[in-house]
Write a protein that binds this ligand. Structure first.
Ligand SMILES: *[C@@H]1O[C@H](CO)[C@@H](O)[C@H](O)[C@H]1NC(C)=O
Ligand SMILES: *[C@@H]1O[C@H](CO)[C@@H](O)[C@H](O)[C@H]1NC(C)=O
Ligand SMILES: *[C@@H]1O[C@H](CO)[C@@H](O)[C@H](O)[C@H]1NC(C)=O
Ligand SMILES: *[C@@H]1O[C@H](CO)[C@@H](O)[C@H](O)[C@H]1NC(C)=O
Ligand SMILES: *[C@@H]1O[C@H](CO)[C@@H](O)[C@H](O)[C@H]1NC(C)=O
Ligand SMILES: *[C@@H]1O[C@H](CO)[C@@H](O)[C@H](O)[C@H]1NC(C)=O
Ligand SMILES: *[C@@H]1O[C@H](CO)[C@@H](O)[C@H](O)[C@H]1NC(C)=O
Ligand SMILES: *[C@@H]1O[C@H](CO)[C@@H](O)[C@H](O)[C@H]1NC(C)=O
Ligand SMILES: *[C@@H]1O[C@H](CO)[C@@H](O)[C@H](O)[C@H]1NC(C)=O
Length: 338
């Protein structure tokens, strides 16, 4: 009796939890050490978000206890790994942990390789020569695909062909006993107006026909609210409907006060409440919470206790008598280039 009732309840929760999930919709997780509580918002009951990445090899603290079928963690080999196999070792320990070694096995099915290796460090890139990246790929990623069937994402670069990717793939097959270095999906960024998104999806899909595309950072940066919201609606329908796009993640999982892409792309207002865009992304209705309200901060937005210097990833913010002043850190502003 008790068992039947319990499993009916568990079944119901599983169904309601899963029914709301969107297989495409994900989270580009940008945590801020000043407000770790914000991280829980994206995975609350009924959230349609089905996967996340955090630019890092390990899970985010807040999601560490959530299994892959609750929200899929996609690790990233951000950069480096040229002369070591640390990433391979870390992934192996995650997929097949030694007995009694700590966390239980995590069924990793997708991994992303290198974030903007075609860009210098000072612009937020991982600054890798194609030949070095190929070595890191063959050492760390090829074995994950061969041994565990993990699907690999091509490095995130600006140009689908030419410049960086072609020499990378050539170096890679030369190192890989002349076998092509295979990949299973192609992640990239699209910041700018709607035409930019359409162009990038078009050019990546012609460069890699039939390979699933992941738009892992997108948005129309530094626009007023109405333009940003119009873009948000238009881009979301486009990405949902486009057959070549397998996954997408809006860039905005942070408070407007620490945004380096303009406040209106942020999914949280200065107090950590969802903005309209944030709520829409989670399948809810408009909240009416403005990204940058005109009034002075009321609560824990920016204060002596919370000086709002950001977690390092985002812009710096100052509090002045007139309210919130916002400027992008020179380096940070370029962190998320196309
Ligand atoms: C990975 O992250 C989890 C959750 O925060 C943590 O418990 C674990 O120690 C981390 N693993 C390593 C090797 O740092
Ligand atoms: C990798 O090893 C090569 C050859 O030993 C060396 O020249 C290179 O500097 C090393 N690269 C890194 C990033 O450590
Ligand atoms: C691997 O895990 C160790 C902690 O055990 C961490 O220090 C290191 O940065 C990780 N390296 C990679 C490339 O995943
Ligand atoms: C891992 O997840 C994939 C996709 O959901 C599934 O096909 C596979 O059976 C799972 N593997 C294990 C060992 O649970
Ligand atoms: C390998 O990469 C280097 C740059 O890192 C490039 O100069 C060279 O042409 C590439 N090799 C091939 C065969 O494309
Ligand atoms: C928002 O920006 C767009 C494009 O720059 C402009 O056409 C529009 O008038 C602006 N709207 C408001 C309310 O400022
Ligand atoms: C965007 O879509 C929401 C419904 O999801 C709607 O309420 C809102 O008016 C739309 N805004 C624009 C600018 O299209
Ligand atoms: C916004 O957040 C503050 C502080 O966490 C809370 O007191 C307030 O009720 C929230 N407002 C809305 C509209 O959710
Ligand atoms: C959104 O608003 C509509 C109409 O007011 C309401 O029926 C619906 O339950 C609301 N949805 C959520 C998720 O609050």
């Amino acid at each position: 009796m008790r068992h039947a009732a319990l499993s009916a309840l568990v079944g119901l929760l599983a169904v309601t939890g899963l029914a709301a999930k969107s297989p495409k919709r994900g989270l580009a997780a940008v945590s801020n050490k000043d407000w770790p509580e914000d991280d829980a918002i994206w995975v609350r009951e009924g959230s349609p978000i089905s996967w996340y990445y955090n630019f890092h090899w390990n899970v985010s603290d807040t999601y560490a206890t959530l299994a892959q079928d609750r929200i899929e963690f996609v690790p990233m080999l951000w950069g480096g790994g040229v002369n070591d196999t640390d990433f391979l070792r870390n992934m192996t320990a995650m997929i097949e942990p030694a007995e009694g070694s700590g966390p239980s096995a995590r069924n990793i099915t997708h991994v992303m390789g290198f974030n903007l290796p075609d860009q210098p460090f000072e612009h937020g890139g991982s600054q890798m020569k194609p030949a070095d990246a190929a070595r890191a790929w063959v050492r760390n990623l090829v074995p994950l695909r061969e041994k565990f069937g993990v699907k690999l994402g091509l490095p995130v670069v600006g140009d689908p062909r030419g410049g960086w990717i072609d020499p990378f793939l050539k170096n890679c097959s030369a190192l890989n006993k002349d076998k092509d270095c295979e990949f299973d999906f192609v992640p990239f960024h699209a910041l700018g107006h709607f035409g930019v998104l359409k162009d990038r999806v078009g050019s990546f899909s012609s460069a890699f026909p039939g390979v699933p595309l992941w738009v892992v950072e997108y948005g129309y940066n530094d626009q007023n609210l109405s333009t940003t919201q119009e873009y948000f609606n238009q881009s979301l329908s486009f990405l949902e409907d486009n057959k070549d796009v397998a996954r997408y993640s809006w860039f905005g999982s942070f408070r407007s006060t620490v945004s380096n892409v303009g406040p209106n792309m942020a999914m949280l207002d200065p107090w950590g409440n969802l903005t309209d865009i944030g709520s829409w992304y989670l399948g809810g209705n408009a909240t009416g919470n403005a990204a940058m309200p005109n009034d002075t901060p009321r609560t824990n937005a920016c204060s002596a206790e919370h000086p709002c210097t950001g977690g390092g990833e985002n812009a710096e913010v100052s509090v002045s008598a007139g309210g919130l002043g916002l400027w992008a850190g020179a380096g940070a502003a370029l962190l998320f280039l196309l």
